[in-house]
Structure formats: structure tokens, C-alpha cells
Design a protein around this ligand. Structure first.
Ligand SMILES: [Zn+2]
Length: 324
């Protein structure tokens, strides 16, 4: 079966033609910002889908991976912080009217967890958690073979688990969220402030070409590989909070595998080794012994996230005999 996947992100939107085996047969990308909002954005996405030249009689469903918060039941993007002009966009209605196919929507991190479950190296693992750290953080959990969705789609919003109520202010309004400690944007901000105010001499700043504003998580990882003392200090704090957050995930879901995306893929053993050493302080050994901590190997996870939402929705739709 063939499917259409749509992945909407803060900077780019991708559309692809894929199949239920996880092959991406054709894909296209457009920049999100110039579209300015859903009014122009939705027809632009539809045009890109037409450019894929799908044979519509072969297409089972369309799946959309969207930044949160979303209402998966109503098929609406609610109020994405990084996508102005898309608030309340009725994605499912628009594409089902336009293409006359079943359309399904989910939150991007949950969609990525589905992609790992259906197409990743740990595919079919009944208890699987996907956790990604890039600019922000996101997560999705499969428990006993089913995606954990929750009553209002906020289950597994791991980035906003509060690790310290007196911690730094998060973009969501809470204090001390997991993302406020470990998200790439907050990590960059912390280093820019510290290095600037204290005049710290560090390879982190050199890796940013001497420009404070260009310090980011990638600079940190490169400096860490040079055994820079400041980078090591920041990293130790990062790993401590990462272990605390993942410890909660392990105790909540008791997964067989936790798959880490983005930053963990860049850092590799620099992240995995100290994380595994720190985790026993944050989770029971019964949970730890049952769980492998690995990095994602899915190269086209953004395209496959949309396809995974389509596959899952299509199967449920066929099972229940109703759309959505
Ligand atoms: Zn938050």
C-alpha cells in the first residue's frame, strides 16, 4: 500500500510518497516561513503533493505530523509556538476535502515514535519510547503495542516534565521543565550568557568562531571532543538532567527500548556512556535492566513520521470501519 506523508515543521515542510514498508519513494520540501500561515500554506502543501504525481487509486491514506499542541481527534493544529498564522488550522478537513482520502493527524514526536515502531531498527518492540532533543524536546511512547495518546493529546510531553520548580523559566510558562535544562535552545542560551558574563575562555567559543551568539549545542559537542573543561562542566550538568528526565520516562512506561534522536545521534557514546552511568540514581534496576538505550538510525524520520501516521490511521480506520 502507498501513502502520503506530510511533516510540518517550524522551518520546513516536507511531503512524501511512501509505502507501508517504510520506503520513501519520492519527496519534496518547502520552506515554512515564507508561507506566512495556513491560508497560503495549505494550498502550497497540496500543490507539492500533486507534484509527487501519486496514482490516487493506490493511495490508502494521508498522514500528517504536526508541531504541538494538536487535537488529533478533531484534526486541528491548535497553537504552535513556532508557526504563526497556523493557529486552529483544520488540517484533516482541508486535505480530506481536497484529495477525498482518509486523513490522519498526530503530534510530531508521537508520529516519530510511530515511525520508529513501524520502520526503525527496533520495529515491533511492544514497549518503546522515542525521545528527541533538538531545539526543544519531544517524546512518544508505545506501550503494549499501542501509542499513548492521552485524553487531550498531551501524554508524553516529556519536554515539559518539571524537574525543578525553582529552575529556569521555560517557553511554556512553567519553571524548570526538562526542556529548560536539556533543550538545544536553552542550552545555547545558558552557555552564551555564562561565557559572555564571566569571560570564560573555552573551545565552545572558538567553535562558534569567537561569536557568542553562534554558540550552540553542536559547538558544545565539538568542544567536548577536545576535552575542554568548560564544555565538560556544562555536559555533566546536561547529563545529570537528561538522566533525571529519562529516569521518569523509564519508571512511567517501563520500556524495552528508549530511542534517542537528533542531539544523541550527533554525540553518540559521549552522551550514551555517561547517561547509562547516571541513570541508576533515577530509576529502579528492574526498569533499567529491562531497557536498552540507543540512538535512532532512521535517516528519513521526518518523512516517515507522516507515513507512519497514515499507516496507523489506515489500519485503525479499516478495523473500526470509520474515518478518524
Ligand atoms: Zn515547559
Amino acid at each position: 500500500m502507498k501513502l502520503i506523508g506530510i511533516d510540518i515543521g517550524g522551518t520546513k515542510i516536507s511531503v512524501c510518497l511512501g509505502d507501508s514498508e517504510g520506503n520513501v519513494l519520492a519527496s519534496r520540501r518547502i520552506a515554512a516561513q515564507p508561507l506566512g500561515g495556513a491560508k497560503l500554506g495549505l494550498p502550497a502543501i497540496a500543490k507539492e503533493i500533486e507534484e509527487l504525481k501519486p496514482k490516487w487509486n493506490e493511495i490508502g491514506a494521508i498522514g500528517i505530523s504536526s508541531p504541538g499542541p494538536v487535537s488529533s481527534k478533531e484534526g486541528i493544529m491548535l497553537s504552535p509556538p513556532n508557526l504563526k498564522g497556523w493557529e486552529g488550522a483544520r488540517l484533516v478537513d482541508y486535505f480530506s476535502d481536497r484529495f477525498q482520502k482518509p486523513v490522519f493527524l498526530n503530534h510530531d514526536a508521537k508520529a516519530a515514535a510511530l515511525a520508529e515502531y513501524l520502520f526503525g531498527h527496533a520495529k515491533g518492540t511492544a514497549n518503546l519510547v522515542y525521545l528527541t532533543t533538538s531545539t526543544g524536546m519531544g517524546g512518544g511512547a508505545i506501550v503494549n503495542g499501542l501509542l499513548v495518546q492521552g485524553a487531550s493529546d498531551t501524554a508524553t510531553e516529556v519536554g515539559h516534565y518539571v524537574l525543578d520548580p525553582n529552575g529556569p523559566l521555560c517557553a511554556c510558562g512553567q519553571r524548570g521543565c526538562f526542556e529548560a535544562f536539556c533543550g538545544g535552545a536553552m542550552l545555547a542560551q545558558k552557555m552564551q550568557k555564562e561565557v559572555g558574563q564571566k569571560g570564560i575562555e573555552t573551545a565552545v567559543l572558538q567553535e562558534a568562531g569567537g561569536d557568542l551568539k553562534k554558540i550552540d549545542a553542536a559547538c558544545l559537542i565539538r568542544a567536548l571532543k577536545q576535552s575542554d573543561p568548560y564544555a565538560q562542566e556544562v555536559w555533566n550538568g546536561f547529563i545529570e538532567r537528561l538522566a533525571q528526565g529519562i529516569g521518569i520516562v523509564l519508571m512511567a512506561f517501563n520500556p524495552e527500548v528508549v530511542i534517542l534522536g537528533t542531539m544523541a545521534m550527533h554525540a553518540g557514546p559521549l552522551l550514551l556512556d555517561p547517561l547509562k552511568q547516571t541513570l541508576p540514581r533515577f530509576a529502579w534496576k528492574e526498569a533499567l535492566q529491562a531497557c536498552r538505550i540507543e540512538t535512532s538510525r532512521l535517516e528519513k524520520i521526518s518523512e516517515l513520521s507522516g507515513v507512519a501516521v497514515a499507516v496507523t490511521g489506515f489500519r485503525r480506520h479499516r478495523h473500526e470501519g470509520s474515518v478518524r
